[in-house]
Design a protein around this ligand. Structure first.
Ligand code: PHE
Ligand code: ZN
Length: 876
């Protein structure tokens, strides 16, 4: 009976003993059924107080279809204080955390009342306190921590919200939609009422109460409507909101121009909060942001931070259509809104900056975050088949591979047909909860194309590996491209089908360096395929998967001198980048395997890139940056982190000493004042620090003094953090001096202090594992703040060499952090698990230590289902 609570009506036969809803058991996509009850209107009344907030909900409910099932209202940690149906006290019962009501009629008004404790909410889901304010986070299943409701994305409701709270603590009261009334109340309290005219799922509900100040602006839409914009922050942070505001206006204009999407309310609010589980949230008309994606100035934010702010502001804004106006039917369709919206924000960033560099950065993220998912025990499809905890599925696969999938549609259809498709999608499904199939259908109907073969990208996990070989017949002046594809098994998917893989391909003349066969789009859709080329007038070099047209790995058997040649001549910037990276990768893998690393061809390629007069500095910086150690690990059959580190270190040293002069001049190139945020200036700064890193590898003493000089002279955070990021890995007196100076100057700024923690956790040093342990007991460390926890434990987990310290102390540290964090915030704790998950690929000693660490975590008492799912799947 312990789990069955009732309101103890006298007739005890209404008390039904129901089994606990199986919380650690999978929800399956194939079990989807439409909601039994709809809620066309919702009225919420909040009596706000950090310690105990009263929530009264009035739901207009409507039976959906011909059935006699009860109304089931999801709850999480809620106890009903009162339940009324059509104004009468009603019978109710609990099934686990859910409230069950039998309703005889087809329509009713249901009123519930609960009390919640925002200040005690450490999960940061539902209504919680952060820095003296109250705010909400409801996606995916946080609304049920605020009030009883059918908390699923296919129940759309019109909300009106009344909030009342202390006028001094909470002078600003915000919710979705438009403000409709406000006034004074007794005891120094005041109230406000908001109404959102657009029906929305509960995950898009938001409320904010706090002492906030607005940066106000306005935007005139393409139909001439004026929209008031406001970014709400603590008063002292107001000067740091200009970039976010400028980005918002750019994003609004871009979505009109590129997708024909206009904003639909008269008001758009953004609020920055310091404690936030994710990046930001697209609540209708009231986006709530992790302050890391709002606040920036030249002093405290790097160029990367500025870019991320523009990206995330745009991302959340774009959700207004791809997510809010058209939402998801169920959480298996998450990529419908996320993959599409990431594709949209990537295109936006490409348009406002350098498109080739943006593409390289996006592929870097995909390779670093998504390829490992596909290759490990947590592999899942872009549209997963099941989950235990949906919060675990906000992954690089759903987001970034999902975006690649949309990009492939756009590539195959071409821009006009793709736009016709998205127009039809938005028009057809406006105000609805849609599926990934609906999206594809709209693209097909608008374009006349048959995309059915491509749907397998939604359901089949794993990264396809394509082998490519070009065969030239000089007599006939023809060439044949031999292609085959293979996908390794992933959990639950033993056998894989061939997938349609769009490959932008060109042939470059080896002697002339010209594009002898212009780019064409080849769709590889068989296990093996051959493609013929005519007019191949000289020996061809294969330029394939240009612009990274498909999210795959390519093994093209090109010789080092061919790659060198492509690195200089390929007309596709991404393919040029790839050629250099492939040269580096082969050298690094050979070195790690104890073979001859062929350093010479890498040095020649890097030198040619550095010394080129035509390439821009940002591109140079990306191209000469060596692949990271976990990327090298992905290429090895048995991973030995020490061998990988040694190999990469050796190549960096060779580059640094052999190319000292070119690197020095790249490091010294000027034309990038700190306040200049143009792509050109950012490129100069990026190259300055990348070159410095190699110089320091070549000559530690010289590197340390150059880095300290850059650190001391910096008039912007990019140069300062860049220099410190190099110093932290060195054994030089400048190291501690710079760390201390940085701390002294910025310890009052939490976002900059996060950098200080992260830089030390990323240090390439033997003692990093001891350092992070010490930092975990630093006075400024707290697990309660997700940014701080990620800065330390998250960064350490992806510091390949330090984390995989052979004695297992890195694993032990991460496990302690996971278990401690799980008590407070399971969502954030679970996100720390994946680095431990790939134990099968490591050499025997580490592999066993990693496995034991996972066993120890899963054996812990009261483990959350978030961590349970990630750990148990990693062990399976
Ligand atoms: N929907 C948010 C986004 O991608 C991410 C998010 C998910 C935020 C869950 C909070 C909680 O834009
Ligand atoms: Zn999103």
């Amino acid at each position: 009976m312990a789990d069955v609570r009732t309101n103890a009506q006298p007739d005890a036969e209404t008390v039904v003993e129901a089994p606990l809803p199986p919380t650690h058991i999978a929800v399956r996509r194939e079990d989807y059924t439409p909601p039994d009850w709809l809620v066309p209107e919702t009225r919420l009344d909040f009596d706000l107080d950090p310690d105990r907030t009263r929530v009264r909900a009035t739901l207009a409910v409507e039976r959906n279809g011909d059935h006699s099932r009860a109304l089931r209202l999801d709850g999480d940690g809620l106890t009903p204080l009162s339940v009324r149906i059509d104004g009468e006290d009603a019978r109710w019962r609990m099934e686990g955390p859910a409230l069950i009501l039998d309703i005889a009629s087809d329509r009713a008004t249901v009123e519930t009342e609960v009390e919640i404790r925002p200040a005690a909410n450490t999960k940061l889901m539902g209504l919680y306190a952060s820095g003296g304010m109250l705010c909400t986070q409801c996606e995916a299943e946080g609304f049920r921590r605020i009030t009883f409701f059918p908390d699923r994305p296919d129940v759309l409701s019109k909300y009106s919200v009344r909030m009342e709270g202390d006028r001094v603590r909470f002078p600003v009261l915000l919710s979705n939609g438009n403000p409709v009334a406000s006034g004074e109340a007794a005891n120094g309290r005041h109230w406000a009422e908001w109404e959102d005219p657009f029906p929305k799922p509960s995950y898009l509900f938001a409320l904010v109460a706090g002492d906030l100040k607005p940066n106000r602006d306005s935007f005139t839409t393409m139909s001439g409507r004026q929209v008031d914009l406001a970014i709400w922050v603590r008063g002292s942070d107001l000067p740091k909101t200009a970039h976010a505001m400028a980005s918002l206006k750019q994003a609004m204009a871009w979505d009109e121009k590129v997708y024909g999407r206009e904003y639909d309310l008269d008001l758009f609010n953004i609020v920055a909060v310091s404690d936030f589980n994710m990046g930001a949230m697209e609540n209708k008309g009231l986006n709530i942001f992790n302050s890391a994606y709002v606040l920036a100035d030249q002093e405290t934010a790097t160029d990367g931070d500025f870019d991320n702010i523009a990206r995330v502001v745009a991302h959340e804004y774009f959700h207004n259509w791809s997510g809010d106006r058209v939402t998801c039917r169920d959480w298996f369709q998450l990529s419908l809104k996320e993959g599409f919206t990431v594709f949209r924000d990537q295109s936006f960033s490409a348009d406002i900056g350098s498109a080739p560099v943006k593409r390289i950065e996006d592929v870097r993220v995909l390779r670093a975050a998504q390829f490992p998912e596909d290759a490990g025990p947590l592999a899942h499809a872009v549209r997963p088949d099941s989950y235990i905890e949906i919060a675990n599925f906000y992954t690089a696969t759903v987001y970034n591979k999902g975006a690649e999938l949309i990009r492939m549609f756009a590539t195959v259809l071409g821009p006009e047909k793709f736009r016709a498709g998205t127009d039809l999608y938005f028009e057809r499904h406006d105000g609805e909860a849609a599926t990934c199939d609906d999206f594809v259908k709209a693209l097909e109907d608008a374009s006349g194309a048959d995309l059915s073969a491509f749907k397998i990208w939604y359901s089949q996990a794993g990264t396809p590996r394509v082998k490519a070989r070009i065969e030239h017949d000089p007599e006939a002046k023809t060439a044949t491209l031999h292609l085959d594809q293979h996908i390794d098994p992933t959990p639950g998917q033993e056998r894989k089908q061939p997938m349609p893989i769009p490959l932008k391909t060109a042939l470059v003349g080896e002697a002339s360096g010209h594009e002898i066969c212009p780019e064409r789009l080849i769709v590889l859709d068989q296990a093996e395929q051959q493609v013929a080329f005519d007019n191949v007038v000289e020996a061809p070099l294969l330029s394939i998967n240009r612009d990274f047209s498909a999210p795959i790995t390519v093994e093209a058997n090109r010789k080092p001198h061919e790659l060198e040649r492509l690195a200089q001549t390929d007309t596709d910037p991404f393919a040029r980048f790839e050629a250099i990276q492939e040269l580096m990768m082969r050298s690094l893998v050979a070195g790690a395997n104890g073979q001859d690393p062929d350093t010479e061809s890498v040095i020649r390629a890097v030198a040619a890139t550095l010394n080129s007069n035509s390439l821009d500095p940002a591109f140079k910086a990306e191209a000469i940056l060596l692949p990271g150690e976990s990327l090298i690990a992905d290429r090895m059959t048995v991973v030995d982190p020490d061998a990988i580190h040694a190999s990469r270190d050796a190549l960096r040293r060779a580059l640094g000493s052999d190319l000292r002069d070119s690197l020095l001049s790249a490091h010294r190139s000027d034309g990038a004042a700190g306040h200049d945020l143009s792509p050109a200036a950012k490129g100069v700064r990026r190259l300055r620090t990348v070159a410095l890193g190699l110089l320091a590898a070549g000559n530690e003493r010289e590197g340390a003094s150059l880095a300290k000089a850059q650190f001391d002279r910096a008039d912007n955070m990019t140069d300062r953090q860049g220099a410190l990021g190099i110093l932290v890995s060195l054994d030089a007196p400048e190291r501690q001096a710079a760390l201390d100076a940085f701390y002294q100057r910025f310890h009052d700024d939490p976002l900059v202090l996060d950098k200080w923690f992260a830089l030390q956790a990323a240090a390439q040093r033997k003692d990093t594992v001891d350092a992070v342990r010490q930092l975990a007991s630093h006075a400024d460390f707290t697990m309660g703040n997700p940014n701080r926890l990620r800065a330390l434990a998250g960064t350490f987990g992806v510091n390949h060499w330090a984390f995989h310290s052979a004695d297992g102390r890195g694993y032990a540290f991460l496990a302690e952090m996971i278990l401690a964090a799980d008590k407070l915030n399971p969502q954030v704790a679970a996100r720390l698990v994946p680095p431990l998950g790939r134990w099968r690929r490591y050499e025997a000693g580490r592999s066993e230590l990693m496995r034991q660490t996972l066993e120890r975590i899963v054996a812990a008492r009261d483990l959350s289902k978030d961590v349970f799912e990630q750990v148990s799947k990693s062990l399976a």
